[in-house]
Design a protein around this ligand. Sequence first.
Ligand code: VGL
Ligand code: ZN
Length: 209
Amino acid sequence: MKCLLLVDIQNGFCSGGNLAVPEGEAVVAVANRLIAEGGYDLIVASQDWHPADHGSFASQHPGKAPFELGSLGGKPQMMWPDHCVQGTGDAEFHPDLNTAAFDYVQRKGMNVAVDSYSAFRDNDHAALTGLADFLKEHQVNRLDIVGLATDYCVKFSALDAKEMLPGVTVRVIEDACRGITPDGVKQALDEMTKAGIHVVSSDELLAAA
Ligand code: VGL
Ligand code: ZN
């Protein structure tokens, strides 16, 4: 079973969003094309879904500004602008994304005390989201990952998929992802490659589909 995982393709990470990733909305057209022509058996989307007082928000830490390093639960934590708050437009999927094709949506980041970059588990690895079990139940043996942001939620989702789903081929489709910083993207691609994740382009993937 071939699964496409769409990571956090939400308004909050696109232009005009509260945590806009440069060119974030550019992934939408590629994602839609992959949904239509990629030959997937299963389309899954993750959705960053924070309570308004989430501990990753700089607003919850007096004296801290967004994009400064702070701490959460005794561990270093990037302070983010308030983003993807449950029930707000910022948390909705991009309006042009083919959400009608989704088979399953995995929400994450609901626990105020810990961040969850990965669609599979919280950053402290204490709590699972349930996505790994869902993919196992559906006997997924190939997982392709796209979305936002390459250097955070895409990277951690891909690394966890590789670790938590033994035997599954994990690929990241580079042109269907955008990141927060160029250095972060470079490092993320390097880390993922070293972990055995294949970095491919949508063109080569679709040519073989
Ligand atoms: C993300 C930072 C905070 C992401 C989510 O989707 O990459 N990044 N929350
Ligand atoms: Zn978040």
